[in-house]
Design a protein around this ligand. Structure first.
Ligand SMILES: [Zn+2]
Length: 257
């Protein structure tokens, strides 16, 4: 093997015009490229199964979150919540009357949780380091504190559905699939007096095999519980937890080779 001096080696690579010697660049090049391949954005489950997954983001209001969770539990339905970490923190520090241990209560009803960042920021300009240490790890820590045991989050969902390469890099350090949604049912944007009609219309159009449906913990979504379950029933669809949908997706991939 030819021995190059360090100077010759540098000169040779320098001719390509790329600063491959910067450790950071090398790091990003190798890690970033492989990570983006490994992590994929999931927007739906298997289309050969009559399953939809109802998911609810944010959990800003404890009373509404509890009403929603209770309404589903009373109808024998389990759903997936993506609370912001600050909402969980607020419930630990100063729960409103009658809402102590909210997250443990939701867990005991059979519902499950995904990470929706700690402060619910627009993550467009956040670095990998910031995402890990200010948004994801603090969310995991605060949920564990709320539940009193180590919980494995079902997925990660970025606020506003914003996905960046820094996020891919950050998520590679956690065992959480990146899940967005196949359709936003629209509880935040509906016209107040027509919300229920608008939500029913939209739900009928977007509920189908493998749909991951986005709603939020809002008053319209609480009122919409019965109607949406009726719509699903009429369409021959079953609501399943997001974790079930994701495991079916994995099984499907294995079977398909
Ligand atoms: Zn959100």
């Amino acid at each position: 093997m030819t021995q190059f001096t360090r100077r010759q080696f540098l000169a040779g690579l320098g001719a390509g015009g790329m600063s491959l010697f910067t450790p950071k660049y090398l790091y990003d090049l190798t890690k970033g490229a492989s990570l983006e391949k490994r992590i994929t954005v999931i927007r739906k489950g298997r289309e050969d199964l009559p399953h939809v997954s109802l998911t609810f983001d944010d959990c800003w209001y404890e009373d509404i979150t509890l009403q929603l969770a209770t309404a589903f539990a009373e109808r024998d339905q389990k759903v997936t919540f993506f609370p912001a970490g600050v909402a969980i923190r607020a419930n630990i520090d100063r729960p409103t009357e009658g809402h102590d241990n909210l997250y443990l209560r939701l867990y005991e009803m059979g519902h499950e949780f995904g990470c929706h960042t700690f402060t619910h920021p627009d993550i467009t300009d956040l670095t990998t380091r910031r995402l890990i240490w200010w948004e994801i790890q603090p969310w995991i820590d605060v949920l564990n504190e709320a539940l009193g045991f180590e919980y494995t989050p079902v997925a990660f969902r970025p606020p506003y559905g914003i996905v960046t390469s820094a996020l891919y890099d950050a998520l590679a350090r956690f065992d959480m699939p990146l899940v967005l949604w196949s359709a936003d049912v629209g509880d935040i944007s509906c016209t107040p007096q027509y919300c229920q009609d608008e939500l029913s219309g939209r739900m009928s159009r977007v509920a189908k095999n493998g749909a991951i449906l986005l709603q939020h913990t809002t008053a319209p979504s609480v009122e919409f519980v019965d109607a949406q379950l009726d719509i699903l029933r009429e369409l021959g669809l079953e609501n399943v937890l997001l974790s079930q949908m994701l495991s079916a997706l994995n099984e499907g991939e294995t079977t398909d080779g």
